[in-house]
Design a protein around this ligand. Sequence first.
Ligand code: AKG
Length: 278
Amino acid sequence: MSSTKSPDEFLLKEDGAQILRGVFSKEETQNLKKLVSAIVEYADQGLEDPFERYYMGHISDQGVLYDLFQRHPEFQDFAKNPRILDALVPLLGEDIMLYVNSLIFKPKEIDNEVPWHQDFLNRPDEPPKVICWIALDDATKENGCLRVIPGSHTKGGYDWYRKEGSAHHDRIREGLIDESQKVYLEMQEGDVLLFSQFMVHGSDATKSDKHRRAFRIAYQSLDKVFVSRGAPIVLRGGGPEFLKKKFPKSKAKAKRSSYKTFLEKVGKRLIKMSYSDS
Ligand SMILES: O=C(O)CCC(=O)C(=O)O
C-alpha cells in the first residue's frame, strides 16, 4: 500500500525523509549557482586541479563535483545551517560531523537517470549517515527531482551491485523495488531534503531543459571519527579565477612536471649517496 502522507508530512526517523522548506533565500542560491557555473567551466577546461591529491577529481561530464565544502568556503555556510543541523538531531544526536559532500547535476549529453540505490552500503562498519540534499534549482518530475520509497530505510541494506565506470555506480538489483510505492519529492530552489542513507532513492532522467542542481552533504554522528577524505579546507578565496592564474597548466602538463621534479629529487639523492663515503 502506498503512503497516505503527503511528502511535507514525512519525518526523518519515521518515514526516512523530511523536507525543510525555504531554508535558503533566492539570493543565497543564486550566488552559489554563479560559483557552480564557474567551477563547471573550469573543470570542463581540463586545467590542473591542485586539490586532486587529497580529494576526488570533479567529473563534470557526468554531473558530479566533489568536496566543495573543503575547496570553496562559499559552501560552508550551507552545510553549517542551524535549521539543517537541528533537524538531524533525532537520527544523529547532538554531535554531528560532515562526512562527504558533492554537487550533483544532470548533464544533457548523457543518460542522467540515477537508478534506485541506498548510500554507502559498501561501508557497513561506519556510523549511519543522513544525506542532506539542497535544491539549488526547482526540482520537479520533469527535470528529475528525487524519488523515494518511503519507509524503506527500516528494511536494512538491499541486495546491490556496482556498475563500474558510472558516477552513480551502486544500484539495487532489478526486481527488488515495488515501484508502486514510489513518491516524487518536488522541491523549490532553497528547499532542503534530509534522508537516511538506507532510504531507497534515485531520480528520473531529465525531460526538460531546466537545470537541476543540488548540493549534497552526508552527515554522521561522532560515534567513530573517520572521513574518507580530510584536509585541506579553504576558508577564504581560492575560486576558479585564482586557480586559473596560479595553476595555469593543463592536467597532463602538471602531471609530467611533478614526475620530473620527483625524478630530479631521486637523482640528487643518489648522487649525494654515492659521494658520501663516511
Ligand atoms: O541528485 C540525484 O539525482 C541523486 C542523488 C543521490 O542519489 C544521493 O544524494 O545519494
